[in-house]
Design a protein. Structure first.
Length: 193
C-alpha cells in the first residue's frame, strides 16, 4: 500500500490538489449561488471526514486525508491549486481540474497500481457527493433533479478522466441517507428545499 513516501513532493502536491479539484470541477460546471457554493464546499469536506472514519479506507486515501488535516498538507494543496487554476476562467478551471484528475489517476496507476482503483473511486465519489448537495434551481422555487445536466456532463468527464464508468458510484450509506432525508448543512442549518 502506497503512502506519501512513495511520491516526490510535486507528485504528492498533485494528489492533494486532485482531492479538491474533484469537487471544484463540479462546482464551476454550474454555479449555484452563494448557498449552493457553501453547501458544495462543505460536501467536499464531509467526504474527507467520511474517508477518515471509514474503516475500509485505502491506505493511500487515508494518507492523503491525514496530510490534508495538517497545515503543511493544506498549504501544499493550496499551492498546487494556485499553480493549476490561477487566472483561469470558469471553463478553464473545469478543464484544468479534469486534466489534473487525469494526471493524478495516471500517476497512481504507474506508481502504485494496487491503490489506483480505490483512489480513483474515491475521487469519483467526492465529485458525485458535491454535485448532489445543492439543487441548482432551488432558489427559483422549481423542483429539479439533485444533479443538473451540466453537472451530469462534468461527472461524465471526470469519470472518463479517471477511466471509470460514468454511472453514480457506490457511496457510504450515510451519504445516501443525508441526501434523501434532508438538505442540511453540516452545522445544522436547513435549506428549506
Amino acid at each position: 500500500m502506497a503512502d506519501k513516501s512513495d511520491f516526490t513532493p510535486e507528485e504528492w502536491k498533485l494528489l492533494l490538489g486532485s482531492v479538491m479539484m474533484a469537487g471544484i470541477a463540479v462546482t464551476v460546471s454550474e454555479p449555484s449561488g452563494l448557498w449552493g457554493l457553501l453547501k458544495e464546499s462543505f460536501a467536499g469536506g464531509s467526504a474527507l471526514a467520511q474517508a477518515r472514519i471509514d474503516v475500509g479506507t485505502n491506505a493511500l486515501v487515508n494518507a492523503l486525508v491525514s496530510d490534508l488535516e495538517t497545515a503543511q498538507g493544506r498549504i501544499a494543496a493550496r499551492d498546487g491549486l494556485k499553480e493549476s487554476l490561477a487566472q483561469s476562467s470558469p471553463t478553464e478551471v473545469k478543464a484544468n481540474c479534469i486534466k489534473a484528475l487525469r494526471h493524478a489517476a495516471i500517476l497512481v496507476e504507474v506508481k502504485c497500481a494496487d491503490d489506483a482503483p480505490a483512489f480513483k473511486a474515491w475521487l469519483h465519489r467526492i465529485s458525485w457527493h458535491v454535485a448532489e448537495v445543492a439543487r441548482e434551481d432551488a432558489c427559483h422555487g422549481s423542483a429539479t433533479a439533485a444533479v443538473s445536466a451540466a453537472e451530469q456532463a462534468t461527472l461524465g468527464e471526470i469519470a472518463s478522466a479517471l477511466e471509470l464508468a460514468a454511472s453514480e458510484p457506490q457511496r457510504p450509506e450515510d451519504w445516501t441517507a443525508t441526501r434523501k432525508s434532508s438538505r442540511t448543512l453540516p452545522n445544522g442549518i436547513g435549506t428549506g428545499s
